[in-house]
Design a protein around this ligand. Sequence first.
Ligand SMILES: [Zn+2]
Ligand SMILES: [Zn+2]
Length: 354
Amino acid sequence: MNIVRTTPPRPLDVTAVFPRLAPLARTATRLHPRRGTPSVHGSSIGGPLLWPADEPWPHCDAPHEGEERALAELRLERRIRASEAMHPDGAPRVPQYTPEEQAVLDRLDSDETWHDSTWLEGPVALIPLAQLYTRDIPELRPPAHGGADLLQVLWCPFDHPPEHYMPRTVLVWRSAAAVTEILTSPPEPPLVVEEYLPEPCVLAPEQVTEYPNPMELSGELREQIGDLSRWQAAGAGVDSSYAPYPGSFYGSHLSVAPGWKVGGWPMWGYTDPAPRSCPACDTPMDPLLSIDTFEWNRSNCSWIPYEDQAAASPADPRYRDTLQPTGIQIGSGYKQQIYVCPAAPEHPHIELMQ
Ligand SMILES: [Zn+2]
Ligand SMILES: [Zn+2]
């Protein structure tokens, strides 16, 4: 971890205005993914997993949908794009193709189709989504026994109708020290949905404090937060553009951080807060991972880390890679949230689109 990302302090201490929020504070770890070359020994998104050579690789048997693309073709396209981005003033060097890439190009030039309708019936090899070491993300709570210190998240890069119009995830906890021989060439699906193929990213985890989304507050507290006179009485300067809607000021800048993160409070907006009870024991579930399409949007720019503010202008050539570093897109720009059971980590997790 040699990159650092620093969220600017919140515009004001919201607990000084609404002390009843103080006990609701939660720590979240923003992951701040940045395109790079992660290794199996580091935390990453879309990077290689520290996976034992003798352990079966997970597959998905559910019915699949999605506009599939050939994985090899996508990777080649992305490599050419990255090569061009390194020469923004023109004259991109023609990449030296590997023999595998040349075979891809030859196949693309031919009329041969890559698509086989029976293929989507599965089983589909999952692809690495995230690998998170507890040394980097202290909010992670591994199972009590077994000495696990590494969470691996894999997913099946297709939609799963009728229940889930998003990828399905598998969570694996393991002890990094117990992996002696590493699987170097895991199975891969020949086809994927482009929006579900993450760009390899290194992470710069940063802890921040969050408070509940306005929709998760009690009616009374929500009413107080929407009352400008309470802010004024506490001497809190609400940005004047928010004066008619102080609740939006709270929601955008003081409550929940945007972007990829572990723990904290969930962001709502696509739907109202949904019940999240463990399917096995009915315990209210905890947010584990938020897989976000964008690292910020126009309404919550105050969360852009200092180090990214120059690149966060649409005119900057780094803009797109900073706004959407992982290349993942959920729905038309939403997030996929993973929840786990705090009573028993082995209980099945749930996922929601927000
Ligand atoms: Zn699947
Ligand atoms: Zn449970």
